[in-house]
Design a protein around this ligand. Structure first.
Ligand code: GRF
Length: 189
């Protein structure tokens, strides 16, 4: 257990992807920190269940992004974190963390990037009336959903799909793909 690579998950919401990572069998990493920017986020209850140490911060309490990211960085260092997996973290990662974790920050996004970047990606796909969308896992750079793509999986959209049904289909794919990609990334390093 102790010689496993240590990683952190950053999340702001429900945490179903964090849950999928925690449930994945034989993942070659240990999640030693959950970073969350919303004290009412459901993911916090999940982290308590799995006994993952949690760092909750209120961005408004800091002067700027650099100030709260320095605090996060300090927590990550204390926990020996080498990789950061974003799972529904609703903030742009700034230079402080990008520099400290170069090539070691990964995000999951519910569309086939570069299509439908940013918020409401699933609704954007429905509004665009496209026949397929999907899931992308990518490295994080300074942009919004712009970093180099690691893996993608397509999800088809049927005429009867609603935001709810399409979200369910996408999340089903996410919950398998994220642990699979994490395993591949860590086995490579
Ligand atoms: C996921 O759809 C992910 O792709 C996006 O945010 C959502 C997070 O969902 N970045 P959850 O909190 O993991 O349930």
């Amino acid at each position: 257990m102790t010689n496993l690579t240590k990683a952190a998950v950053f999340a702001s919401g429900t945490g179903s992807n964090y849950d999928a990572i925690m449930r994945a069998e034989n993942l070659p990493c240990q999640i030693t920190l959950l970073v969350c920017d919303r004290k009412d986020a459901k993911v916090i209850q999940k982290a308590k269940y799995y006994k993952t140490p949690i760092f909750i911060f209120e961005p408004q309490a800091y002067r700027d992004k650099a100030a709260y990211e320095r605090k996060i960085l300090n927590k990550l260092k204390k926990r020996g974190v080498e990789w950061i997996f974003l799972a529904g973290y609703m903030r742009i990662i700034g230079p402080t963390l990008l520099k400290a974790f170069k090539g070691k920050i990964v995000n999951i996004h519910p569309s086939l990037l570069p299509k439908f970047k940013g918020k409401d990606a699933i609704q954007q796909a429905l509004d665009a009336k496209v026949k397929e969308t999907g899931v992308t896992i990518h490295y994080v750079d300074e942009g919004i959903d712009t970093g180099p793509i690691i893996a993608q999986q397509t999800v088809s959209i049927h005429q009867e799909d609603t935001l709810k049904t399409l979200t369910e289909k996408i999340q089903k794919v996410e919950h398998k793909l994220y642990p699979t990609v994490i395993r591949q990334l860590l086995e490579r390093t």
